[in-house]
Design a protein around this ligand. Structure first.
Ligand SMILES: [Zn+2]
Length: 428
């Protein structure tokens, strides 16, 4: 499809206003929003009456293939969960498992309105293959740990992965370096990561200050918080997407502000693992771009970004006993335009405007949850369900059509992941 017209819908504009407008898509970009010239003729028209055309949701932090471990181990302390359950199961993963686990995650994300996700895992060639075939957009990082026998190999693989896949799949894939966290990547190792980032011109995706224990350990070992340590090492100057940032002080926020650190806030995961509540209102007040993420499916346990959007709007209100915090418009912005900023794609995606990539969701408002329609942004934040996703377009291509996946065989996918999930957790 090269020319697609979305006709008669209501469009969520970059200024937060909603207005009736036609949207013209040409190749992979939004060619016009309203004011379509008479001479422009579409090859296909989607009729959008009673529908809201909104930017695709941006999931700024996940580990997609961890869908394989969904419902395997819940309600445990983080280190118990990792050491007794997740790491032994992950040790049995083969490349094809990661392909299918990622494909399941992509299918779930597309059907719930996510058009871009930032991923950190391993067997990343398989992840790139699933992204390429499914049509979604992704920011991929090979997770690196400096305390395992594969530490050096992870650096080499990250470089190869960047050189092969940055800009791949019609530009839908971008690659960042993914040092896992300061507690798995000691300073000497992080220095190697920084040198590699400089050599490649790559940005960095890292977990920072997720738990209180991690911050206390870092203070004990280095006399600094994880954020201050990252500043001292020079890591923050490379375009950093920092996941979690739950236990950050006012000084940490000032450091993040100086280095324009972008945050992936994961309210569902932080609640489930009892990590704490990130100071999102303070980070937003400091002008930091705060996007939203689901984290991996085994610490959430779904990949529904609308749920994260709602949790972000609710959690900070109850935590600070202030109903004015993270209003609906801000929450929607975090899931779209600020999410795009967080993953470094603010000039390409996250809002519906001429010249931006055509990554859009068409929401069906003709249903009980959306009635009456006083305020569309309020409805999207507090009332809507992922089941209201009607059509999803990524890079100008329809990938969900009337709630059906276009590029993925859903039955085959369910069969594969069920078999593989069972094999991974079976005792040998
Ligand atoms: Zn994570």
């Amino acid at each position: 499809m090269t020319k697609l017209l979305l006709k008669g819908g209501e469009v969520l504009l970059p200024n937060g206003q909603v207005k009736q407008a036609d949207v013209a898509i040409e190749n992979n970009v939004i060619a016009y929003v309203d004011d379509i010239p008479q001479t422009w003729q579409p090859e296909k028209t989607i009729h959008c009456s009673d529908k809201l055309i909104a930017p695709g949701l941006v999931n700024t932090h996940t580990h997609a293939a961890m869908t394989l471990f969904r419902s395997y181990a819940d309600d445990m302390a983080l280190m118990d969960w990792l050491q007794k359950k997740i790491w032994p199961a992950e040790a049995k993963l083969v490349a094809q498992d990661v392909y299918w686990g990622t494909m399941l995650a992509i299918a779930e994300m597309l059907k719930s309105g996510t058009t871009t996700f930032a991923d950190m895992y391993f067997f990343m060639d398989e992840v790139a293959k699933a992204v390429d075939q499914s049509g979604i957009r992704a920011v991929l990082s090979r997770g690196m740990s400096g305390v395992t026998p594969t530490a050096q190999q992870a650096l080499t693989e990250s470089e190869e992965f960047f050189r092969t896949f940055h800009g791949f799949a019609d530009g839908r894939i971008t690659v960042m370096l993914g040092p896992h966290a300061p507690y798995t990547c000691p300073p000497d190792y992080l220095k190697k990561v920084i040198s590699l980032a400089e050599k490649l011109g790559a940005q960095i995706h890292i977990h920072l200050s997720e738990t209180e224990g991690e911050v206390l350990d870092c203070l004990k070992a280095y006399g600094k918080s994880p954020i201050a340590l990252m500043e001292e090492l020079g890591l923050l100057g490379h375009g950093v997407l920092a996941a979690h940032c739950v236990h950050v002080s006012a000084e940490d926020i000032a450091i993040m502000q100086r280095h324009k650190v972008r945050v992936a806030h994961n309210p569902g995961s932080n609640m489930k693992l009892a990590s704490g509540v990130a100071p999102v209102p303070a980070m937003l007040a400091a002008g930091l771009p705060v996007g939203l993420g689901t984290d991996g499916a085994s610490s959430n346990n779904n990949l529904d970004m609308l749920e994260e959007l709602r949790l972000a709007a609710l959690l900070h209100k109850v935590h600070e006993l202030n109903p004015l915090l993270v209003p609906a418009k801000t929450a929607v912005d975090m899931a779209t335009a600020m999410g795009a900023q967080a993953v470094g794609l603010e000039d390409a995606i996250g809002s519906i405007q001429k010249g931006f990539k055509a990554d859009l969701v068409i929401w069906n408002m003709h249903n009980l949850r959306w009635c009456p329609r006083h305020d569309r942004i309020s409805l999207l934040t507090y009332s809507a369900s992922a089941q209201d996703v009607h059509t999803v377009i990524v890079n100008g291509h329809i990938v969900v059509d009337n709630q059906k996946l276009v590029t993925i065989d859903e039955e085959k996918l369910l069969f594969e992941v069920q078999q593989r999930g069972m094999r991974l957790v079976r005792d040998r």
